[in-house]
Write a protein of this length. Structure first.
Length: 94
């Protein structure tokens, strides 16, 4: 899915995650093809992702709160059709 500016969802995810979490490691994998035909899978893909974010901001923060932080940052993407997000969220010492 592209927006009028031509950016892909993966690009927007990367920009938002880099801006808010200053990660030392960031991986974004589009899993949409594996979910074709499942609930929430759009014809154009870009609906199911796995992300790995390693950030100092996660130090001392519970797994639940880390997820809340990421979901808050990406709320706009969920509103635009992001259906599923698998998250691996770690601090640099983990």
């Amino acid at each position: 899915m592209t927006t009028p500016t031509g950016s892909t969802r993966a690009t927007r995810l990367e920009e938002a995650l880099r801006q808010h979490f200053n990660p030392t490691r960031l991986e974004i994998q589009d899993d949409s093809a594996r979910h074709a035909g499942h609930a929430g899978a759009g014809a154009g893909g870009e609906t199911h992702y796995t992300i790995t974010v390693v950030s100092p901001l996660f130090t001392g923060v519970s797994r639940v709160e880390r997820s809340r932080m990421v979901n808050g940052v990406l709320a706009g993407e969920f509103a635009l059709g992001l259906h599923a997000l698998s998250m691996i969220l770690r601090s640099p010492i983990e």
